[in-house]
Design a protein around this ligand. Structure first.
Ligand SMILES: [Zn+2]
Length: 315
């Protein structure tokens, strides 16, 4: 056990993170006189004081609407300024002073600022991962933003798992392949890089005239032909005539791809792999001299593709 063990990040494949927030507004109490609009100070109509909504009991409709609109604008202005300051990387004292002044000028409370900070982080994150590649520079910028805003891991959990996955992919693409201890017996000088649960699917002609059409992205195995992250589309399950044959574990080593199933096991030597196709939910492997491709439904086909691509470049 002298090999370095790299932990696989516990992540889900690509899922965009949705963030929702409403401007929840509490009209500040500015006027003591009961029955006065808390925005403009004038008397409220008697009917709205008795029968109106909570908002109507403290402010005129127009006054309330204007206050909400102003607050939204203030949020937006602060969000943009914060985003701009954070995008540069390390923030300076001038940036911090500028933001503090803006907070006071816009009349934002600390609670409101906390909300906007999360939104600004979300903006930066969304911009960085839009192309589904996390560069070292983007990674650093997000870490600095997290530190600057003093956001804790609990708040950022969905973001951190996406980032861990993209970081893992980046390391593989840079040639730092993970090493694992698989459940299969390895050959001499064989190194296992990855394993995951997999379903083995195969083409079965179920109807006359069926032709297996492919919606995935096909990549030829050749030096210098890399799998591009995010290049896949289409789900295997939408293809007709492909049925589940077995389930088990898929192991990727520096020498072969092994399927260790309940009913059957087989392997494809790296040298015999001529092509692979990446789907959203599966990876298809085409072995030299074999008419039928092997389909493996896996949790994260992209990681498998990136690894196969990296191993193909090394061998
Ligand atoms: Zn008013």
């Amino acid at each position: 056990m002298s090999r370095s063990q790299k932990e696989m990040p516990d992540t889900q494949p690509w899922q965009p993170i949705q963030i929702n927030y409403d401007v929840s507004l509490l009209i500040p109490r500015r006027f003591d006189r009961p029955g006065s609009c808390q925005v403009c100070g004038r008397r409220l109509p008697i009917l709205s004081r008795w029968l109106g909504s909570d908002a109507a009991k403290v402010a005129h409709d127009d006054c309330y609407r204007n206050t909400v609109a102003e607050k939204k604008q203030a949020y937006e202005e602060y969000r943009q300024s914060l985003r701009t300051a954070l995008a540069k990387g390390a923030m300076g004292d001038w940036d911090r002073i500028g933001l503090l002044n803006l907070k006071n000028k816009l009349g934002l409370t600390q609670h409101e600022v906390d909300k906007v900070q999360l939104l600004a982080f979300h903006d930066l994150f969304a911009g960085a991962v839009e192309d589904r590649v996390l560069t070292e520079q983007e990674d650093k910028m997000l870490s600095q933003a997290k530190e600057e805003l003093k956001l804790d891991d609990g708040q950022l959990q969905p973001y951190l798992s996406v980032l861990a996955r993209l970081r893992f992919i980046r390391e593989i693409q840079e040639g730092h392949l993970p090493t694992i201890t698989p459940t299969i017996l390895l050959k001499r000088s064989e190194i296992a890089h990855f394993h995951c649960m997999a379903e083995f699917w195969e083409e079965r002609v179920t109807q006359r005239g069926y032709e297996g059409g492919s919606h995935g992205v096909s990549i030829r195995i050749a030096k210098g032909v890399y799998y591009r992250v995010g290049a896949h589309k289409g789900r295997l399950v939408t293809e007709t005539g492909i049925v589940k044959v077995d389930q088990g574990t898929l192991v990727i080593t520096n020498q072969r791809i092994v399927f260790n199933g309940f009913a059957k096991s087989f392997s494809i030597p790296m040298g015999k792999l001529i092509n692979y196709v990446v789907y959203e939910d599966a990876i298809q492997l085409d072995k030299e001299g074999k008419a039928k491709p092997a389909y493996f439904k896996v949790e994260d086909p992209e990681i498998a593709a990136v690894l196969i691509s990296a191993i193909a470049q090394k061998t």
